[in-house]
Design a protein around this ligand. Structure first.
Ligand SMILES: Nc1nc2c(c(=O)[nH]1)N[C@@H](CN(C=O)c1ccc(C(=O)N[C@@H](CCC(=O)O)C(=O)O)cc1)CN2
Ligand SMILES: NCC(=O)N[C@@H]1O[C@H](COP(=O)([O-])[O-])[C@@H](O)[C@H]1O
Length: 227
């Protein structure tokens, strides 16, 4: 995929939790399945994220940056304006960390279970720097936007109102989960399957899809350098 003269696409992964999608990318790169990509670092907003353990094992630098523990918002703050202002300042500071000149700059940011909704304070400077952002989401386009999508779809299936759901990788825009789809896969429910079994099946397919989507976008980036 990547010619000998082309260096791999520099990828920053952002993850808040278990990191199995992050691990799928690590494994795909290390086995040579994903030749046009290189993960330069991980950012997490949860100190107990297992993604940190995965980064350490893979020798990938990581950064912990949290809305509250880094002082942008007081724990338990309920004033809506203060919450909005604190999130904006956090987002701006996070973008500044991504763009800081004392570290390698990513060409692609992959949200792999990143559980913080970005405002324009993050999205705009990243867009100005021509860095693309993609996200993996366990639902079909325009269905079950937001968190807990798997559980909500499963409830609809149990209620007899849904026979299939799906997963997708999409570009990230201000409107949550409404960016242009990159790769989409429908996944049928199975009669008698319980939630945990279904979640495992969904994650299995996600791990394939995130590699496929990354390969596609990374190739566009590598081939588009200098144009
Ligand atoms: N501006 C955008 N930001 C983010 C997007 C996006 O498409 N546009 N994708 C999400 C990922 N995501 C779904 O795919 C998602 C993650 C988290 C939430 C959410 O409700 N977060 C809450 C906090 C939840 C928690 O901390 O457990 C919040 O941010 O207040 C919705 C959707 C990533 N960001
Ligand atoms: N709305 C975003 C969202 O729900 N993302 C989902 O979080 C999980 C992270 O798993 P992981 O930490 O094992 O990769 C994945 O299922 C991903 O699609």
């Amino acid at each position: 995929m990547t010619g000998p003269e082309e260096s791999p696409c520099r990828i920053l992964v952002m993850a808040s939790g278990f990191g199995s999608n992050f691990q799928a990318l690590i494994d795909a790169i290390s086995t040579g399945q994903l030749r046009n990509s290189r993960i330069i670092s991980l950012i997490t907003n949860r100190r107990n994220a297992h993604a940190i353990v995965r980064a350490d094992k893979a020798g990938i630098p990581w950064d912990y940056f949290n809305l509250i523990s880094n002082g942008f918002l007081r724990k338990g703050e309920t004033d809506e304006q203060k919450v909005a202002e604190g999130r904006q300042r956090y987002d701006a500071a996070l973008a500044a960390r991504v763009l800081s000149t004392d570290k390698e700059r990513p060409e692609l940011i992959i949200l792999a279970g990143w559980m913080h909704v970005f405002s324009g304070a993050f999205l705009e400077p990243i867009e100005r720097a021509k860095i693309r952002i993609i996200n993996i989401h366990p639902a079909l386009p325009r269905e079950f936007d937001g968190a807990m999508a798997i559980e909500r779809a499963f409830e609809e299936f149990k209620a007899g109102r849904l026979t299939r759901t799906g997963i997708m990788a999409h570009y990230v825009i201000d409107e949550v989960d409404r960016g242009a789809p990159i790769v989409v896969k429908e996944i049928e429910f199975r009669k008698g399957e319980e939630l945990e079994e279904f979640k495992e099946r969904m994650h299995f397919h996600e791990h394939e899809l995130i590699v496929k989507a990354t390969a596609k976008v990374a190739q566009e980036i590598v081939e588009g350098r200098g144009t």
